[in-house]
Design a protein around this ligand. Structure first.
Ligand code: MSP
Length: 530
């Protein structure tokens, strides 16, 4: 899995294009944070990066939501799209493109793509009958429904019967090619559990699917009676997003630079669309297939499925307003194994942040800087890192850290990357306690004192650098207090702080003036009951 992502130089990644039926929920925030972390890790290495997010604005679900709000669909979409953009800003998401499926240039791309598929003989008129979940915008098999006639994802929205003439896409024709794709590129669908799900779905035999709707006005018209099925239109939003602002909206222009996209990050509920329908559509249009589809797990709250009707949703805007972007980004990245389901619990959230960021990392920097102020005239100790012996616990750990962390990031094993980095931080706390530089100093052992302080400050620097994709604000504060110029939010970070230098233990320049010691992460408190 690591190779498909690691060996590329330019890197394009997508989040799903989120439905605008409501303001962003924590699930959308989760995927977007993960995409931002990996995009930032590539920028750190100096790779050209394109991170795409956006909104999926057509279809019956959106049409009904707008009607219920007594707004025109477009006004409704414009309003909600701004809500997404503002959350991404609050969460410090450095996306490059925000793709909206109601953008006029998107329609041009969809029309050209549709024509290619049509010319290839893969679209025909047929009759569609079945149970439709409007919330999923997907037909469901009767055997997959719950006793209350709902799909397992939207457990309080009964499916609706449809019986209509539609255009169909010849998915069945692509079964052998899809099977060959999965066999030749075992890392195309990740993690392996999701791959297995797709393989067994495909093995059961693929059926053509309908790509137009009657009685849904809010979509791209295909002829006077039909609009295009929202998923056919939405997936192409990834392609439209590749156009530069001044480009003519043609497929050739769109795929000129960044295609094929390296990774599509999605939640497990929309796996089939990305791992089966999408590659088949691309095959039909004669376009290369994307690099990888990674389906992450679902979040629960206090061990329970979240839902408006259950009254236990977790509002990302509220969370980030109360605790800040770095805290939210860190919790979801470090505490949940990416690919598996994970849970949010506020007490655990607070405990993890206080333990890792306020205590282990924040206090470590704070007390070491204060000692450097007293014992080394507020400068980085005058120690040549090359002269520090290999038995120094921090040097030996620090020298191999970047390699293991890079493997973890490239495999999207974010929790492992964070754990590895925190391992160096915890070792630094232990090292300080074991070597007791305050005693060494009192005993007049200046050289030993300086070696200890250098080793710890350098380890904190390295931890900040490698953790910067997850907590860019915190990394900025640490670099600043170490007297280093840096802006981890700058997209040219890879040129500013070259990875080959800064990812190595021993970079911190001896003698450099240090900044003032200030807490970098305020301890969090549990809100008191009203
Ligand atoms: N519009 C489609 C995607 C089209 S992509 C061309 C869509 N949108 S969505 O807004 O409903 O879902 C967006 C993402 O949120 C999906 O990846 C979904 O898996 C994710 N999540 C929704 N609820 C979630 C949790 N409770 N936990 C984690 N992610 C979840 O589907």
């Amino acid at each position: 899995m690591a190779s498909a992502i690691a060996n590329c130089h330019s890197f394009a990644i997508t989040t799903p294009l989120y439905y605008v039926n409501g303001l962003p929920h924590i699930g959308s925030a989760y995927t977007t944070i993960a995409a931002d972390v990996i995009a930032r890790f590539h920028r750190l290495q100096g790779h050209p990066v394109l991170m795409i997010t956006g909104t999926d604005e057509h279809g019956q679900k959106i049409q009904r939501t707008a009607e219920a709000r007594q707004k025109s669909p477009q006004d409704h979409c414009d309003e909600i799209a701004v809500g997404f953009q503002s959350l991404w800003q609050q969460l410090n998401i450095a996306y490059d493109r925000f793709s909206r499926t109601t953008a006029p240039r998107h329609e041009a791309i969809v029309r050209e793509f549709f024509q290619r598929v049509w010319d290839n003989g893969d679209i025909y008129e047929g009759h569609q009958q079945g149970w439709y979940c409007v919330s999923c915008e997907e037909f469901k098999e009767e055997r997959d429904l719950l006793p209350n006639q709902c799909c397992p994802i939207h457990t309080n929205k009964p499916v609706e019967w449809r019986d209509e003439q539609n255009y169909f896409f010849r998915l069945s024709k692509y079964q052998p090619q899809l099977e060959a794709l999965y066999a030749e590129r075992p890392d195309f669908i990740q993690p392996p559990t999701r791959r297995n799900e797709v393989l067994s779905f495909v093995e059961r035999g693929l059926q053509d699917f309908s790509i137009s709707r009657v009685n849904v006005a809010w979509g791209m018209p295909t002829d006077p009676d039909h609009t295009l099925y929202v998923w056919f239109d939405a997936l192409l939003g990834y392609v439209t997003a590749l156009l530069d602002p001044e480009d003519e909206p043609t497929l050739d222009n769109a795929i000129a630079r960044w295609w094929p996209i390296n990774v599509h990050l999605i939640g497990k509920d929309i796996l089939r669309f990305h791992a089966v329908y999408w590659p088949a559509m691309l095959m039909s249009a004669g376009l290369p297939i994307s690099g990888q589809v990674f389906g992450h797990g679902f979040l629960t709250k206090d061990g329970h499925k979240m839902g408006k009707s259950l009254g236990n949703t977790l509002d990302p805007v509220d969370l980030v307003s109360r605790y800040g972007a770095d805290a939210v980004r860190y919790y979801f990245t470090k505490e949940i194994e990416f690919g598996r389901d994970g849970d949010f619990n506020e007490t655990r959230f607070i405990n993890v942040l206080n333990a890792d960021l306020a205590n282990d990392l924040g206090n470590l920097l704070n007390r070491t800087l204060k000692m450097a102020g007293r014992y080394c005239q507020g400068q980085v100790p005058q120690v040549d890192p090359n002269q520090i012996t290999a038995d120094n616990a921090l040097k030996s750990k620090g020298q191999v850290l970047a390699d293991t962390v890079a493997i973890a990031y490239n495999a999207l094993a974010f929790h492992q990357a964070c754990e590895g980095i925190l391992g160096l931080v915890r070792a630094s706390n232990k090292f300080l306690d074991d070597t007791a530089p305050w005693t060494l100093y009192k005993q007049g052992q200046q050289a030993e004192t300086e070696t200890v302080l250098y080793s710890v400050l350098e380890s904190v620097r390295l931890a900040a650098y490698l953790l910067s994709p997850v907590v860019p604000g915190l990394a900025n504060a640490i670099y600043q207090q170490l007297g280093l110029e840096a802006d981890f939010n700058d997209t040219t970070i890879g040129q500013q702080l070259p990875y080959r230098d800064h990812s190595q233990w021993g970079y911190l320049p001896p003698g450099q003036p240090l900044g003032n010691a200030q807490p970098i992460f305020q301890r969090l408190e549990l809100p008191t009951a009203p």
